[in-house]
Design a protein around this ligand. Structure first.
Ligand code: JHZ
Length: 443
């Protein structure tokens, strides 16, 4: 797996300046490249986590990324359906989209990056024909086993073309979509232009595309440095996403802020040919100019971020040393974000004995770099830890009751991102977990 060097902005094509550094988390192995015991003594390829920001469209991005074939392998271990919060999010979106866009039994829904089929299920449940496209065969098999139609493939103009034409098309019919869904997929795409050109090409006349992306506004404000890993090539604002969409002839007509995954933007777009004059453009433009988004139009906002991850690291290590040394500490949630945090903080099994996780394929494996073992949740009951580090902080409302049930006497803390919506600074004093759960539930 050799890195591809792309000196041009993925969103607008402008040359990137090597000096426009967003932050530097050092070099880390792929966050989802979990290791088996016999791989622990083998070398791990490390990729620089040093995103740059484009001076033109302000898209934050990693310039050198591994080939996607090396990331989304057959054993890719992330199953989105592990979170009940996510499943609820998918159901709410499906109900809303069916109503808003008048979808019915003759409509077609395409979910790109469909993972284990969590987003397809609620559409199928309402009798709406749907299709997933997912390159990771292992997760896609779960959808297929449930009878959720899924193509194991990469998305781009070539796949769109195959789908739109009968030849070589697994459905055996020409296929165009009334709704294209792309949740948490754009960040993973090395060739954004080709991907978005493919989305535009597959839209039926009047069709709508929905893009949900982790929001760089939340990343900056809450120092969510753990969202940065080689799998995520881009970190979007509304402006940078809008520029990338326009470049492919897609026009955004609505935007919402969603609390999911630490804060996401949900943007709706149409092919420019189907643009009805006067729709929501002025409103979108206003939103692009106002409040929080205005800050994101200033290059200095991005340059200033670089000092924040080292501060978070100092606070977290101080917190571990002062409050928790000599205690039995374990982790919860062997997420990609967990891998980034543990590697950036330089923590291993000497500090965090193991990480408990609900995903069966992760059990018995080790986190990349830190080599901390991953165990099933019942390991918490057996270990009776003093402290549980909540690494899946984005699922606090759902995860905390499970941890409390397994080890009621343990203190639950967060070492990862800063969440200013909490009542107190979680890095300086032990977290009031009720606050975290409440803030998560409110969103
Ligand atoms: P979670 C993944 O990131 C990878 P990750 C990917 N790159 C991406 O973009 C985002 O998702 C969207 C477990 N868990 O969802 C399941 C529990 O153990 O934050 C997961 O292993 N108990 C595609 O990996 C992990 O925690 C629970 O109660 O950072 C959470 O990973 C719950 C709810 C989850 O995504």
């Amino acid at each position: 797996m050799s890195p591809i060097t792309d000196p041009e902005c993925r969103g607008c094509g402008t040359s990137l300046a090597a000096t426009d550094v967003f932050c530097d988390l050092g070099a880390q192995p792929l966050a989802n490249a979990l290791l088996s015991a016999d791989q622990l003594n083998q070398p791990e390829i490390h990729y620089p986590l040093r995103p740059l920001v484009c001076r033109n469209c302000l898209l934050v991005q990693l310039p050198d990324v591994p080939k996607p074939e090396g990331i989304f392998t057959d054993s890719y271990p992330f199953f989105s359906g592990q979170s009940a919060t996510w499943l609820g999010h998918c159901k709410r979106f499906a109900d809303q989209a069916i109503k808003r866009f008048g979808l019915g039994p003759t409509s077609r829904v395409l979910d790109i990056g469909s993972n284990d089929g969590s987003m397809l299920r609620p559409f199928r449940g309402k009798g709406i024909p749907c299709l997933g496209v997912e390159p990771s065969a292992g997760v896609a098999q779960h959808a297929l086993m449930e009878g959720l139609p899924t193509m194991i493939d990469w998305w781009g103009t070539e796949t769109a073309d195959r789908l739109a034409h009968t030849e070589g098309n697994p459905t055996g019919r020409s296929w165009k979509a009334d709704l294209v869904i792309c949740t948490n997929v754009l960040a993973h795409v090395p060739d954004l232009k080709d991907f978005l050109d493919g989305v535009r090409a597959i839209l039926a006349p009047g069709g709508v595309a929905m893009f949900e992306v982790p929001y760089v506004g939340n990343l900056i404000r809450e120092v969510q440095f753990d969202q940065i890993y080689a799998e995520h090539h881009c970190y979007f604002s509304l402006k940078s996403l809008d520029v990338a969409l326009e470049r492919s002839g897609l026009y955004a007509f609505d935007v919402e802020h969603e609390s999911i995954h630490g804060g996401s933007l949900r943007v709706y777009a149409r092919d420019h040919h189907n643009w009805s004059a006067g729709a929501s453009v002025p409103w979108m433009r206003e939103l692009l100019e106002e409040g929080d988004t205005r800050r994101l139009h200033d290059l200095a906002t991005y340059a200033d971020f670089a000092v924040e991850p080292p501060k978070a690291k100092r606070r977290a290590l101080n917190q571990l040393g002062r409050y928790y040394s000599g205690k039995r500490v374990v982790g919860y949630g062997a997420s990609a974000k967990a891998a980034v945090t543990l590697n950036y903080f330089g923590l291993g099994p000497e500090t965090i004995e193991f990480v408990a996780d609900t995903t069966p394929v992760k059990w018995g494996k080790y986190l990349p770099g830190s080599h901390i073992p991953i165990k099933p949740p019942n390991a918490l009951e057996q270990a009776k830890p003093d402290v549980v580090v909540l690494l899946a902080w984005n699922w606090a409302a759902e995860a905390v009751p499970k941890i409390q049930a397994a080890c009621p006497d343990a203190e639950i803390v967060v070492l990862g991102s800063e969440c200013p919506n909490l009542a107190q600074d979680i890095f300086r004093s032990p977290i009031t977990i009720a606050d975290l759960a409440a803030s998560d539930r409110r969103q």
